[in-house]
Every structure is written in structure tokens, then in C-alpha cells.
Design a protein around this ligand. Structure first.
Ligand code: FAD
Ligand code: NAP
Ligand code: SF4
Length: 677
């Protein structure tokens, strides 16, 4: 079956009247950090061009501020600044003239990280550093003109359109909601008045840019706020936007201050598409849906269900710029799927680092990390088929080297085979599927169940030997660590040892949290079932109370266990988890009754349980099982043996360095080394 037969909706063009999108795949807006970087536009041009070549119908850039109040960073308000943007638009149109590129205009309002932040009312957001300045009438007029001017400059820069963001807790959305707009003039009070600012922005923008310029309005179709927007208000706003000349409504879910996860890996695929579908029925212009749509079959199904006209895939385009092209060529099994970890994208954005991707470290680094074909093919042995070894093999073989990959285990994946067992981390299966397929396509010689010796490697005369043997769990030096109550995390996750009803988890890093999630889990994984997800996070998709969440209590089913998660540090438990996902794990475990205790000194383990000092007070934790999640140490036996045998080898991944190891670092290091071997 051809791709056009398999994905008839995804590949059908969309006529906007004055222009046509070649298909329904959109690369959604993502701030990359390059917008502000030295030479950032020279790097963004190839980054976007690569995605244009990869087959999407339309691209929306990361947010650009219309003025200094809108945010401290990349601003577009002058013709000189527009020239910079021309690098992007020229590169995209040169890559494929049929691909449309729109620039997102982002006015952060109260979320601007500056003392100059402005808002309808001087109300500080929970997540903002400053209380914003309340806009007066002249200030409001200035903000509107600046946004309109920004759109004009985007047109001058060669963009095909703009998206104006009216959601997320940024300026336009704060006018809409009573709790952030307490004005009593024509810009506040009644809903008609509260809509005035966003409507005026879009109306005047349309007037300024003329009719042949794509105008997208991004609306919070479910803002996930207690007391947020009602469904009627959302519909009214969307209809008004249609009236003032908006071409496309893009649905967004959440304000940044909400405490409901909307894109993390525990969110089911396409969880929010039905909300877009309801809005679509009210409008006659096309609507975009988004959130956790990471594979073409999911996109096609959403379109088939009539939930949307266009599918936004943002992070999936970081993970694989060729996602659509591969789909078109019937190579879906070669797609490097976004696993929604946020580790190299949003976590970077919110910690002031340049964005990239855990599974594709080239993302946003296209000019710095190239996988050029080699003119001197080498024979390379890689020992260890965890993320590090697999990534090395993928890149090296892709460049034309002859690669043999060895693993002592019966399957590829290393620790990812543990990660994929954790409820909510099912997407990790996709990364393993991707690598499995790459091994076939790139002709990598795979040897499983093979604990290859140093002498064998030497005798085979490889040009390069790569040691990616990973890590071994650390065994803390505590009296009684050999007690039968003690279970290592590998045995706990694999279910090789029984876990009692009362459990202490020693170590509250990523693995400690994951183990707690696993042993407290009951029933279907929320990431696999939208109803369970809605119940656990207190969302009412069907009745859509204000914000989608007002008055809805989360209901969580848990295993019958008492679990305490321990760490020695005195910092809050879970602080080291991902910036944008750590809070979801803390909330999820708290709702399951997991106690989190910091400042713990481990004393000994005996039949009575785990003896500890908490704040220097001796306590005995009367538990049946103690699961050790106390970090890792590098596995370098093979490397040492190779050195002794006089065979050079290169360490990569956990074998190189176990401290603060994660798959992001392992894959990045492997790709960088394999790019130059
Ligand atoms: P490993 O994954 O340990 O792979 C090493 C491989 O080498 C193994 O397959 C092993 O069988 C093989 N091997 C070892 N010795 C030999 C030998 N002598 N001969 C042949 N083969 C050998 N990271 C994240 O970034 N995000 C997450 O969300 C995340 N979640 C996790 C959840 C869990 C439960 C666990 C356990 C880990 C998680 N990690 C996560 C960590 C991540 O999986 C590791 O950082 C990553 O797997 C390290 O990759 P590696 O290739 O260096 O080592
Ligand atoms: P980790 O995050 O380094 O946590 C190890 C834990 O063990 C810490 O809580 C540490 O805290 C404790 N510890 C260290 N030495 C100890 C000792 N001698 N005795 C007792 N406790 C000790 O490592 P991890 O949990 O093993 O995870 C490994 C890697 O996988 C991490 O780097 C993580 O990023 C990654 N991972 C990520 C995720 C994710 O969701 N992003 C999930 C799972 C794993 P104290 O010293 O304060 O007790
Ligand atoms: Fe997706 Fe993770 Fe890559 Fe972000 S870092 S694009 S969430 S795979």
C-alpha cells in the first residue's frame, strides 16, 4: 500500500484560499535558544531547512518578541532585525518552495523575566520572577501596535505568515481570564471587554498585513487552570477570531503555571485531540491540534476522526527531521521517535540552555555535528548495545564504516530495557525499535549473547574498539547490605525478587522515583489510556468545566503498599529530576501516598528493618524490603583487560563516566565520537 493510500488525510493538501499547504503536517513552534545565541540565525537557517526538506507542509518558528516588554531575547521590530530572519525564510524556501514558514509572535506578558514585564493587572504569576506593571490605556495601545509592527516586519522578512500566541499565561491570554485581569475599564470586566485586547491585536494585524498572509491564532482550548476559561468563552473567542480574519486556529492546552502534565511522556498520545475536535465543529476555518502526536499513524487517526485539519508535531521534528519524508517513502519503522522525555528540549529551554534532543543530538546543532560519509572505512567493534553503543553503531555505520556490535545480553538496549518497564515510559520501546531497524538497514553485524573477550577483540584486528559496557548498580557500604530484605533495582524492576508491603527505597534519583512508580502502580498505565490519565490528573474532557479541571478531584489507584523514598542530601527530594517533568513525578508519587524523606543517614539493616538517623534522631524503619537505587559505577573490566592485552579502546557512555549519567549524555557523546572516527 502506498503512503498516499495509507495516510490519505495526512498527505492531502489544504487550500487556504490564497495559498495551499501541501500536507497536514506542521512543525509546531519551539524556542531553540538559538534565537538569542551569537550566530544563532546562521544555525537556525539550516535547522529549519533540514525540516523543510524532511517533508512538513508548514513550519512555525520559535517565539519572537515584538518589543522589550514582551521578553528579554530575540525581538523583531526593525527592518535590520528582519534581515536576520531572511536567512531563515530564504533557506526554507530554497529547500522546498512549497513549504510555508510562519513566525510565532510571543508577548510573554507577566511571564517575561524582566522588571519591565507588563500585564492587564499587576498580578504576579506563581512561576514568574516579578510582579508585572499594570498597563495603562496608552501602554495597551503600544503593545497592540508593537505586535502589529512585528507581524509587518515578519512579512518583510519573507515569512508566509505569523502565529500569534494567545495562550499559556502569556500577555493575550491574561486579558481573557478574570484572575489575571481585574480591570474595570473597556479592557476588563465583562468577557466582551476581556476579549477586546486579543481580538484587537488580530484584527489590526490582519488590516496591516493584507489578506494574502497566513494568520494563525493560538488559543488555550483547555487552559488547565482552576477557574480558567469556560468552554463557551473559548468558542466565542475562536469565532471572533474567525470574524476578524484569522486563517487558522491552533489549539494549545495549558498555561505554564498549571499542575497538569500535557506533553510529558506519561501523557497518552493525542490525549487532547478530542478537545480540538469539539472546537472544530464550531468553526469554518481549519484548526490545528497538538500534544503527544509523535507518529504518522496517530496523526492520520486524529485527522480521520475529524478532530483537526492540521497536526502539529513539534518535538517529533527535533527527534527526526525526516519524519514525514520517511512516512511518504514507507519507512515509518526508521523514524526516530520523540519519547517525550523533555530532557534535551524543554528542560534546556527552561534552564537557559540551547535546545537539542536526547535521541538526536544533531537537532539545533546541524552545523556543528555532521555525519559525513567516510572516505576511509574502518572495521569497528563496539561492545555494549545500550544507548551509547547503539548510537555509536548507528552513526559510524551510517557513515560507511564496517561495524560489529556485541552484547552479552539477549537483546539490545541495555538499561533502556529497564526503563521501558516503568509505567509511563512505554515510549522507550520506540527508541529500541528505531535502533533495531537501523541495525538492519545499516548492515551492522549484531552479536547478542556474546560476552566477547579482550583477546578475541585483539585477535580480530579491528581498527577501533569501542567499549560501551555501561554501568553496574552501586552497593552502599552499610552493615547488613547482604540481608535478605535487600533487593537491587534491577531485580526489583525485572520482578526477580519478591517485594513486600512495606518498602524503603534507598536513593531518590531518577531510578528511585521510577522504582517507586513501578511498585505503587496498579491497573492500566495512564499513558496508555486517556480515561485513566484524565482520572489520575483530575481532567474532565467531556463536560469541560472551567479550565477543564475546575472542581475535578484526581483519583489515583495504588498498589497496597507503604513506601518511603529516602535520600541522604538535605535538599528537597526529587530536586535533581528534570526541570519540566520532576514536578509531575513528585505529585504522582505523593498522590500514591509515597513518603519522601531527606537528610537520612543509613546505619544498618537487620531483621527489624532499616536503621537510620533522620535529623540525627535514630529511627528504625520497619520495612519488609529495602530496594537499593543508590546510583551506579562504570563497568570497565573489559576496557582494563583490553589495555592489558595492548589493544587500544575508547570508552563511551556509562562506562566512560557513571556520575550524572543519563541517556542524553550517553547518546550525545557516542554520536560526537562516531562523527569523527
Ligand atoms: P547501558 O545502558 O548500561 O548498556 C550497556 C550494555 O553493555 C548492556 O546492554 C550490557 O549488557 C552490555 N555489556 C556490559 N558488559 C558487557 C560485556 N563485557 N560484553 C558484552 N556486553 C556487555 N536515562 C535517561 O536519560 N532518561 C530516563 O528517563 C531514564 N530512565 C531510566 C530508568 C531506569 C529504570 C533505568 C535503569 C535507567 C534509566 N535511564 C534514563 C538511564 C539510561 O538508561 C542510562 O543512562 C543509559 O542506558 C546508559 O547507556 P550505556 O549505553 O552507557 O549503558
Ligand atoms: P542518581 O540520580 O545519581 O541517584 C542516585 C541516588 O542514590 C541519589 O538519590 C543519591 O542521593 C543516592 N546515593 C548515591 N550514593 C549513595 C550511597 N553510597 N549510599 C546511599 N545512597 C547513595 O542516579 P540513578 O537514580 O541511579 O539514575 C541514573 C541516571 O539515570 C540518572 O543520572 C538519571 O538522570 C537517569 N534517569 C533519569 C530519569 C528521568 O526521568 N529523567 C529516570 C531514571 C533515571 P543521596 O546521596 O543524597 O542519598
Ligand atoms: Fe522528544 Fe526527548 Fe528529544 Fe525532547 S529531548 S524532542 S522530548 S525525545
Amino acid at each position: 500500500m502506498s503512503a498516499l493510500e495509507k495516510y490519505p488525510n495526512l498527505f492531502s493538501p489544504l487550500d487556504l484560499g490564497f495559498t495551499t499547504l501541501k500536507n497536514r503536517a506542521l512543525m509546531g513552534s519551539m524556542h531553540t535558544g538559538l534565537e538569542e545565541a551569537e550566530g544563532g540565525f546562521e544555525r537556525m537557517a539550516p535547522y529549519y531547512a533540514e525540516r523543510a526538506r524532511g517533508g512538513v507542509g508548514m513550519i512555525i518558528t520559535g517565539g519572537i518578541y515584538p518589543n522589550a516588554e514582551g521578553g528579554s531575547g530575540a525581538k523583531l521590530s526593525t527592518s535590520e532585525e528582519a534581515l536576520q530572519h531572511k536567512l531563515i525564510t530564504d533557506a526554507v524556501h530554497a529547500a522546498d518552495n512549497d513549504v510555508k514558514i510562519c513566525m510565532q509572535i510571543l508577548h510573554s506578558g507577566p511571564l517575561a523575566r524582566s522588571q519591565e514585564a507588563v500585564a492587564p493587572s499587576a498580578i504576579k504569576s506563581r512561576i514568574a520572577p516579578h510582579t508585572p506593571i499594570e498597563l495603562d490605556e496608552a501602554g495597551i495601545e503600544k503593545q497592540i501596535s508593537d505586535i502589529v509592527n512585528c507581524a509587518e516586519k515578519a512579512q518583510e522578512a519573507g515569512y508566509d505568515g505569523v502565529e500569534i500566541i494567545g495562550s499559556a499565561g502569556y500577555l493575550l491570554s491574561t486579558f481573557l481570564v478574570e484572575k489575571t485581569n481585574q480591570r474595570t475599564d473597556q479592557w476588563g470586566g465583562s468577557y466582551e471587554n476581556r476579549m477586546r485586547f486579543p481580538v484587537e491585536v488580530l484584527r489590526r494585524t490582519r488590516e496591516a498585513v493584507g489578506s494574502n498572509f497566513i494568520l494563525v491564532f493560538r488559543i488555550a482550548a483547555m487552559d488547565m487552570l482552576q477557574g480558567g476559561m469556560s468552554w463557551d468563552e473559548i468558542v466565542q473567542l475562536a469565532k471572533r477570531m474567525e470574524e476578524v480574519g484569522v486563517n487558522i486556529i491552533s489549539t494549545h492546552f495549558t498555561w505554564h503555571e498549571s499542575t497538569v502534565p500535557t506533553i510529558a511522556t506519561m501523557v497518552p498520545r493525542a490525549a487532547f485531540a478530542s478537545v480540538t475536535g469539539r472546537l472544530r465543529k464550531e468553526l469554518s476555518i481549519p484548526v490545528i491540534t497538538s500534544n503527544r502526536i509523535n507518529m504518522p499513524d496517530v496523526a492520520e487517526q486524529v485527522l480521520l476522526d475529524g478532530h483537526a485539519d492540521i497536526i502539529s508535531m513539534a518535538r517529533p521534528m527535533l527527534a527526526d527531521p525526516d519524519l514525514i519524508l520517511k512516512t511518504l517513502e514507507g519507512r515509518e519503522d526508521e523514524i526516530n521517535t520523540c519519547i517525550a522525555c523533555n530532557q534535551a528540549c524543554l528542560d534546556h529551554t527552561f534552564t537557559g540552555q540551547e535546545v537539542s534532543c536526547l535521541v538526536n543530538p544533531r537537532a539545533c546543532h546541524e552545523t556543528m555535528l555532521s555525519y559525513t560519509p567516510t572516505d576511509k572505512p574502518k572495521s569497528i567493534a563496539i561492545v555494549g548495545a545500550g544507548p551509547a553503543g547503539l548510537a555509536y553503531a548507528d552513526v559510524a555505520a551510517g557513515r560507511g564504516h564496517k561495524v560489529s556490535l556485541y552484547d552479552a545480553a539477549s537483546e539490545i538496549g541495555g538499561q533502556f530495557n529497564l526503563a521501558k518497564q516503568i509505567p509511563g515510559k512505554e515510549e522507550f520501546f520506540e527508541t529500541l525499535r528505531y535502533f533495531k531497524r537501523r541495525i538492519e538497514v545499516a548492515g551492522i553485524d549484531l552479536n547478542l549473547n556474546t560476552a566477547v573477550s579482550a583477546q578475541t577483540l585483539k585477535d580480530k584486528g579491528y581498527d577501533e574498539v569501542i567499549v560501551a559496557t555501561g554501568v553496574a548498580p552501586r552497593t552502599p557500604d552499610i552493615d547488613g547490605i547482604d540481608h535478605e530484605k535487600v533487593v537491587g533495582y534491577i531485580d526489583a524492576i525485572k520482578g526477580l525478587k519478591p517485594i513486600g508491603r512495606k518498602v524503603a527505597i534507598m536513593g531518590a534519583g531518577g531510578i528511585g522515583f521510577d522504582v517507586a512508580e513501578l511498585i505503587m502502580h496498579k491497573g492500566v498505565s495512564a499513558s496508555q489510556d486517556i480515561d485513566t490519565f484524565a482520572r489520575e490528573w483530575g481532567i474532565d474532557f467531556k463536560n469541560h468545566p472551567r479550565g477543564g479541571v475546575t472542581g475535578v478531584e484526581p483519583v489515583v489507584e495504588s498498589a497496597d503498599r507503604e513506601v518511603v523514598l529516602l535520600q541522604r542530601k538535605t535538599s528537597p527530594v526529587g530536586r535533581g529530576l528534570g526541570k519540566t517533568t520532576g514536578w509531575t513525578h513528585r505529585i504522582a508519587l505523593s498522590r500514591r501516598g509515597v513518603k519522601m524523606v531527606n537528610g537520612v543517614d543509613y546505619v544498618k539493616i537487620d531483621d527489624d528493618g532499616l536503621h537510620v538517623l533522620i535529623n540525627n534522631e535514630p529511627q528504625v524503619l520497619d520495612v519488609d524490603t529495602i530496594i537499593v537505587c543508590a546510583g551506579q559505577t562504570p563497568l570497565r573490566d573489559l576496557h582494563d583487560a583490553l589495555q592489558q592485552a595492548g589493544q587500544n579502546s575508547t570508552l563511551v557512555g556509562g562506562a566512560f563516566e557513571a556520575t550524572e549519567l543519563d541517556a542524553k549524555r550517553a547518546i550525545k557523546q557516542a554520536c560526537e565520537l562516531a562523527a569523527v572516527v
